[in-house]
Design a protein around this ligand. Structure first.
Ligand SMILES: Cc1cc2nc3c(=O)[nH]c(=O)nc-3n(C[C@H](O)[C@H](O)[C@H](O)COP(=O)(O)OP(=O)(O)OC[C@H]3O[C@@H](n4cnc5c(N)ncnc54)[C@H](O)[C@@H]3O)c2cc1C
Length: 393
């Protein structure tokens, strides 16, 4: 029996499991055994992290839910990989080390959110714990504003800065803005006194999007009450003052950092070929250069289209098709069938963004044309993509 070990039950890992289930069918458990290893017992829907700032959102899906048809799940942290012996060491919850043998190993160990040093002030939105901390801070600002008679000081308390204009920063700003206005109104204050400012160091919001699309998104954010300040790098948040590298300062109640992700640092210890960004270098069949039988997909892999040299981004829309393709490649490999499946870049340019409850923004570029859907329909599409990514529909 061949043994496939998948490290990581994030978006790439669970979609690979799903693809293998479809590809291998009845061979599962008979000719092929699959083991999923994750340091958590759940798949974390991190694309929805911003929701935890405003409500107790349940973003955890038990990984056992995906390990059907006799698939095995091991809760533990992959710590060392012995390529020549085809073994992986896993640190279990009780600190014991379990060595697992594999025929095929797939690394889907993803990325982690970059932490802004606490000395720079404010809070980084990096986990549900920090999301709840942010919520508590914002609610205490409302209590201070409630007893503040000076209108200007009250407005300063109700002014929130979000730093980082990527998808997380945009979605967090929109969700917070709508919720915060509602909370302010509940205590009898004027929601018009709330101001949410989204800071970004670049000239336009979102990478790779035409300027007119970025401008339209900025307009949609303005309609909700969010002010976008571009070409401005925030340096620190101290005593209610947000200090920017260009010398400007803003008085705000709270600063929330949404700085983006970096490749999972554990990857660096596995002694595999890495890119400058510490992603694993893979071929167009996702195997690791120089190491047959080891594959990498998702955020931890540097996937390049041979023809166009286009590099896949660190998003679900890239990780999921990689996983689906790899399930077919592995099936061909296991059964000795000559493989014609190779990596292809995502066929359209696409962004799906939530702009608070019942509001969304979807941009698709195909045949050189830009298509935008916003409002309720944009929100519905967004919700569907979240659920599809976690295999909940
Ligand atoms: C806040 C946020 C918002 C985002 N929003 C979007 C979005 O709107 N749209 C979009 O397309 N993309 C978005 N992304 C990016 C998207 O989440 C990633 O591209 C996607 O998660 C990549 O999937 P992955 O499986 O490669 O990695 P991950 O989802 O990071 O999964 C890695 C898994 O490996 C496990 N793991 C890590 N180390 C070990 C170890 N040593 N041993 C065992 N298990 C381990 C982790 O527990 C995790 O389950 C967002 C990312 C963040 C952080």
């Amino acid at each position: 029996m061949k043994h496939i070990v998948i490290l990581g039950g994030g978006f790439a890992g669970i979609n690979l499991l799903n693809g293998l289930k479809k590809e291998l069918g009845i061979s599962l458990g008979k000719e092929v055994k699959i083991t999923l290893v994750d340091k958590s017992s759940f798949h974390f829907r991190k694309v929805l992290l911003f929701k935890s700032v405003v409500e107790d959102a349940d973003l955890k899906v038990p990984l056992k839910r995906y390990c059907t048809d006799g698939m095995e799940f091991i809760k533990g942290e992959a710590i060392t990989c012995n390529h020549s012996k085809k073994e992986i060491d896993i640190k279990l919850e009780d600190e014991r080390i379990k060595t697992v043998q594999y025929d095929y190993l797939v690394l889907a160990l993803g990325s982690v959110i970059q932490e802004i040093p606490s000395t720079l002030g404010g809070t980084t939105l990096s986990s549900t714990k920090t999301a709840i901390e942010i919520r508590q801070k914002l609610l205490s600002l409302i209590q201070l504003a409630k007893i503040e008679e000076n209108k200007e000081v009250r407005r300063e308390l109700l002014r929130i800065a979000i730093v980082g204009g990527g998808i997380t920063g945009i979605e967090t700003s929109a969700e917070i803005c709508v919720w915060f206005k509602g909370e302010v109104q509940k205590v009898g204050l004027n929601p018009a006194e709330v101001e949410v400012i989204l800071f970004d160091s670049k000239e336009h919001l979102l990478r790779g999007v035409p300027v007119k699309v970025s401008d339209r998104l900025t307009y949609e954010l303005k309609k909700i009450g969010i002010k976008c300040i571009s070409k401005t790098r925030v340096m620190k948040f101290e005593n209610g003052q947000l200090v920017c590298t260009n010398g400007t300062t803003y008085t705000v109640g709270e600063c929330i950092w949404t700085p983006g992700v970096k490749v999972n640092p554990i990857i660096q210890t596995f002694n595999l070929p890495l890119s400058n960004e510490n992603q694993i270098l893979v071929t167009d069949t996702y195997s690791i250069k120089g190491y047959s039988h080891i594959y990498a997909i998702g955020d931890c892999a540097r996937v390049v289209d041979k023809k166009t040299k286009q590099v896949d981004g660190m998003t679900c829309k890239e990780a999921i098709p990689q996983a689906t393709r790899l399930s077919k490649i592995l099936k061909n490999e296991i059964y000795g069938v000559s493989n014609s499946i190779i990596h292809k870049p995502y066929p359209v340019k696409l962004y799906c963004i939530s702009l608070g409850p019942n509001n969304g923004f979807v941009w698709v570029q195909k045949w050189g044309l830009d298509f935008i859907l916003s409002g309720k329909i944009g929100s519905r599409i967004r919700e569907r993509t979240w659920n599809q990514a976690s295999l909940l529909v």
